[in-house]
Design a binder for this molecule. Structure first.
Ligand SMILES: Cc1ncc(COP(=O)(O)O)c(C=O)c1O
Length: 387
């Protein structure tokens, strides 16, 4: 039996891969499990999106290979959205690339830019695709802890010069999963300057771009001067439209980087089904009428969970964005122990911060995947676990 290669062997275990089995075991024992683990709320996509997919499922030309060019209408709809939502004008053919979910683009980017021995600067905790793909591409992930004393930002001036010199990609993700932090404009400007000075790609993961509470509106990195020289931004329909399983997103930004990512993907996949891309057009067209109502659902959930957390004695920061709450584990208990006790004793699944990287230790993540009443119930149970 051949042994997997050294790059594969360097991959860490994927967080929570054992959780599903544990959940089944506990449910079989009759426990009412509340799952606040994965960021996948079981809400419906916009009705017009479902309708569109039904309508086009029998259209022959959509059943052909999409290739990387994909459905022209989807590219046009993306460019229109970038303009209306962020005031950013992009060429739909040269500066946009449809993706099979944003993970597709985030994970394929290193294969165009990383040489063996190159580094990539990666937030810790962070979305696992950054670390995994850099590792598989033969690069060296340089993890930087996201800590409260730095407002969960990567302190760019703290990255050692020897790492900066070897770095080809800086992954940033604001609004952030899992910490729910947002980045001030000045920080985004600083990141663009840093990348431009050191010839580093700024891979800006904007999967939560439409999540803004209390009037907060996340921005596109491309709104800032100089970004188009250094940045690729990754967008997703998954969370905004409750379409995680549909696998649709896009990359937008620097034309050369779009070209390189396109070429890598040409050798790896043949594009998303064009019926789904047509449904993606319907999603983007429903943005003004439908998205604010969906985000309001998460805002009410955030309010309920935050109130319940403070009442239960947790130290809670009320986030301006995302579908998560990032909560310090009480009493200095290791996060994995707290999360395991939450499931064993009270049937509540939360994500232990340490499972997402050592930088996440000391915290646990609640995903706002259930209604306010269920969240209040779940947090009440977590309060008992903490006591
Ligand atoms: C920060 C972040 N980036 C990217 C993704 C991937 O989203 P998609 O479903 O578009 O691949 C997720 C999904 O959880 C995420 O949290």
């Amino acid at each position: 039996m051949p042994t997997p290669n050294a790059r594969y062997r360097a991959l860490p275990p994927f967080p929570l891969s054992g959780m599903a089995a544990k959940r089944r075991e506990i449910e079989a024992a009759g426990v009412d499990v509340i799952d606040l683990g994965a960021g996948d709320a079981p809400l419906d996509p916009p009705p017009t999106v479902v309708e569109k997919l039904r309508e086009v499922a029998g259209v022959n030309r959509y059943s052909r290979y999409a290739f990387q060019s994909g459905l022209a209408d989807f590219r046009e709809a993306i460019a229109h959205f970038m303009d209306v939502r962020f005031g950013v004008s992009v060429d739909p053919w040269k500066e946009v690339l449809p993706l099979i979910g944003s993970k597709d683009g985030l994970a394929h980017l290193p294969f165009a830019y990383i040489e063996p021995g190159d580094a990539a600067i990666i937030p810790d905790p962070g979305y696992q695709a950054y670390l995994g793909s850099v590792t598989l591409a033969g690069g060296e992930p340089h993890l930087v802890a996201l800590r409260p004393e730095h407002d969960f930002l990567i302190p760019l001036d703290g990255v050692p010069a020897t790492v900066v010199d070897r770095s080809r990609i800086l992954y940033l993700n604001y609004p952030n999963n899992p910490t729910a932090a947002v980045a001030p404009d000045d920080y985004l400007r600083e990141a663009i300057g840093f990348c431009s000075e050191h010839d580093i790609i700024l891979a800006h993961d904007n999967a939560y771009s439409e999540f803004g509470f209390d009037g907060y509106r996340p921005r596109s990195i491309l709104e800032f001067e100089g970004a188009r020289d250094v940045a690729l931004e990754f967008h997703s329909l998954s969370k905004t439209y409750n379409m995680t399983g549909w696998r649709l997103g896009w990359a937008v930004g620097n034309a050369d980087m779009i070209g390189a990512l396109t070429k890598v993907k040409t050798f790896m996949d043949t594009g998303q089904y064009m019926g789904i891309q047509a449904a993606g057009v319907a999603a983007l067209e429903s943005w003004a009428a439908w998205v604010p109502g969906n985000i309001a659902i998460f805002e009410r959930r955030r309010d309920a969970a935050s109130a319940a957390l403070s009442q239960a004695g947790f130290d809670v920061t009320v986030p301006k964005s995302t579908m998560y709450l990032w909560v310090p584990v009480p009493g200095g208990e290791p996060s994995e122990v707290f999360a395991a006790r939450a499931l064993d004793q009270e049937g509540v699944i939360v994500l232990p911060g340490g499972a997402l990287g050592a930088g996440g230790e000391g915290f646990f993540r609640i995903a706002l995947t259930v209604d306010p009443d269920r969240l209040t119930e779940a947090v009440g149970r977590l309060g008992r676990v903490a006591r």
